[in-house]
Design a protein around this ligand. Structure first.
Ligand SMILES: [Zn+2]
Length: 334
């Protein structure tokens, strides 16, 4: 578990991607006692050389200069900076790299990185969608070798897809609400060189639909690819109370997919899996879903048996979801 105050406080304006996302998550982890069962790892700043594994100097310079000017500035579509942004962005990427290094060295079994800004919409030269630098992509390049990225954020990880679209050494598997954001991104037809697997899902998919998608597409895609390391773009905006998505996933749905990812990592790559917080904007549900994920990764007993918000959402597998998952399986040749 990796948290740093400096990534929490920047861009403190009325907006979905706000400091309270981390503050409330941290508070719940602490009060539940779960934090005591984890190793806390301090974040470090990524170096410019590390960012250059993925990003252009033009983008780095634009973010650094805007952050130094200190006011609220747009640096890309739906991507803003303020005073402190440059440091926060370096810590988010560097925090992930630190976690990846410790897991690669078997110092930690696995890790969850709780930082902001998120990264999966950022491409090599473009900040967008609250994302400035693509931490997961930098980490995949940093760790090297065969890396699988599982992206369960409700939005499509277009930046990650673009960065690795012609790179067969990185498998990118994305579960997302069909055509939510960015528009036109994440279709079945976008397959790159074959190592891009998109699973666009209908609104209202729910827990059983995500579990079905894991069984039918994510797991076989990872088994076929045989990664040496698994990275997770863990966006909890598929949560049932999140205003940015309509996917009806409960805390138990997140617990289940995190648990399945851990099992896959144990089967395929010595348990080496590191998750990085992407989206998740419900201040009620993000902390709870993240806690469930952390408990699953750490092998801890669940703090509750049912979603504490007790939302009245469908958790059973619907026909439309089944068809969407089967289509993704077929498109991926699985
Ligand atoms: Zn998202």
């Amino acid at each position: 578990m990796l948290i740093d105050e400096r990534v929490q406080r920047w861009l403190d304006v009325p907006h979905s991607e706000r400091p309270e996302r981390l503050a409330r998550t941290y508070q719940l982890l602490e009060r539940s006692g779960v934090l005591d069962a984890l190793v806390r790892v301090p974040a470090r700043e990524a170096t410019v050389e590390e960012l250059e594994l993925v990003h252009s100097s033009r983008l780095m310079e634009a973010v650094r200069a805007a952050s130094e000017r200190g006011g609220l500035e747009w640096v890309g579509p739906e991507a803003r900076t303020s005073a402190g942004t440059w440091t926060a962005a370096l810590l988010a990427v560097g925090g992930l790299l630190e976690a990846v290094d410790r897991v690669a060295a078997s110092e930690l079994n696995n890790a969850f990185v709780c930082c902001r800004p998120p990264g999966h919409h950022a491409s090599a030269d473009q900040a967008m969608g609250f994302c400035l630098f693509n931490a997961i992509a930098v980490a995949a390049r940093h760790v090297g070798g065969r890396v699988a990225i599982v992206d369960w954020d409700v939005h499509h990880g277009n930046g990650t897809q673009e960065i690795f679209y012609a790179d067969p050494s990185v498998l990118f598997v994305s579960l997302h609400q069909d055509d939510l954001y960015p528009k036109g991104s994440g279709t079945l037809e976008q397959r790159g060189d074959g190592s891009t697997v998109n699973i666009p899902l209908p609104a209202g998919t729910g827990d059983a639909g995500y579990e079905y998608a894991f069984e039918r597409v994510v797991a076989p895609a990872l088994r076929r690819f045989r990664p040496a390391f698994i990275l997770v773009s863990a966006g909890q905006d598929a949560a049932a109370s999140d205003t940015h998505g309509r996917m009806s996933v409960t805390t138990e749905g997140f617990r289940s997919i995190a648990g399945q990812t851990k099992l896959l990592a144990e089967d395929l790559c010595g348990g080496r899996v590191v998750a990085f917080l992407e989206g998740g904007y419900s201040l009620d549900h993000l902390p709870l879903c993240t806690l469930a994920i952390v408990e699953a990764l750490a092998g801890l007993m669940p703090s509750w048996e049912r979603d504490p918000l007790e939302l009245d959402v469908p958790t059973r597998l619907g026909d439309e979801t089944k068809r969407a998952v089967d289509a993704a399986r077929s498109a991926a040749g699985l």
